[in-house]
Design a protein around this ligand. Structure first.
Ligand code: SAM
Length: 246
């Protein structure tokens, strides 16, 4: 099978500029409302060799080191994302490397923890990537990732609709038709890849992972009070958080 060619949208100047202005780009992990929920799923990283798949600006890599990780390998497709990650990192135990997760190869049993935040919905061959991550982890190691939720991604036109009674609803159409979705987000023509919830979970199980926890992220009452706009996330899940173990 011919390998899919990945869209490197984060390297286009218009998209990069807009992405850089998002709260999660300006304030890092504290600017991402799902971060407290992710943090609650993470194991103790002390002494761990960590790999971060789609590491972006390297916020998690630096945080993991501050928690005592021995080393972090941050991988990303985008030169621009990694250039900023390198500029903001002064730590020889963190390495950033250009890599396409579609064709990624990693050494066997080399890591104690694998992490990924909001990168896997860009991946076509999720099974291949999961096999790569599985064999790269030492037995017993944990794997935590977030991905756009399939209810959020499934529609061919993912945006709020107002029905004739004035109710605002999120469309879920084409749910069982997996594959690419082209949307406008920060820039036109962003290509993502929709998979059903069962496909994501079953892929992990088939590869050999045990599922420890799933969380269809929604805000806490305190977060809603501080940021009322997060109420959208009570109406439909935008992100799926997964904790698994080899
Ligand atoms: C939404 S950003 C998340 C960045 C970081 N994980 C975070 O949470 O702050 C998605 C990242 O995935 C990277 N990415 C997208 N497709 C990729 C691919 N095929 N291989 C490697 N990285 C990819 C992008 O370049 C971008 O840095």
């Amino acid at each position: 099978m011919e390998r899919p060619v990945s869209q490197n949208i984060y390297d286009t100047p218009e998209f990069f500029e807009r992405y850089s202005q998002m709260a999660r780009s300006v304030y890092g992990l504290d600017g991402a409302p799902e971060w407290p929920a992710i943090q609650a799923m993470l194991p103790d990283l002390t002494g761990n060799q960590v790999v971060d798949l789609g590491c972006g600006f390297g916020w998690f890599a630096r945080w993991a080191r501050a928690q005592g990780a021995a080393s972090v390998l941050g991988l990303d497709l985008s030169e621009k994302m990694l250039a900023r990650a390198r500029a903001e990192t002064d730590d020889p135990a963190i390495q950033y490397r250009i890599a396409d997760l579609e064709t990624l190869e990693l050494p066997e049993r080399a890591f104690d923890f694998a992490y990924s935040s909001l990168a896997f919905h860009y991946i076509v061959d999720f099974g291949r990537l999961m096999r790569t991550v599985f064999q790269a982890l030492r037995p017993g190691s944990q794997f935590v990732f977030t991905i756009e939720h399939p209810i959020y991604m499934a529609s061919m036109r993912p945006d709020w609709l107002i029905d004739e009674e004035g109710r605002r609803v999120w469309p879920v159409d084409h749910y069982a038709i997996e594959g690419s979705r082209t949307t406008d987000w920060l820039a036109p023509g962003i290509v993502k890849h929709h998979r059903m919830l069962a496909t994501t979970v079953n892929t992990l199980i088939e590869v050999g992972f045990s599922i420890r926890q799933l969380f269809e992220w929604y805000p806490t009452a305190e977060q809603l009070e501080a940021q009322p706009a997060l109420a959208d996330e009570l109406d439909r899940p935008m992100m799926l958080l997964v904790a698994a173990q080899r």
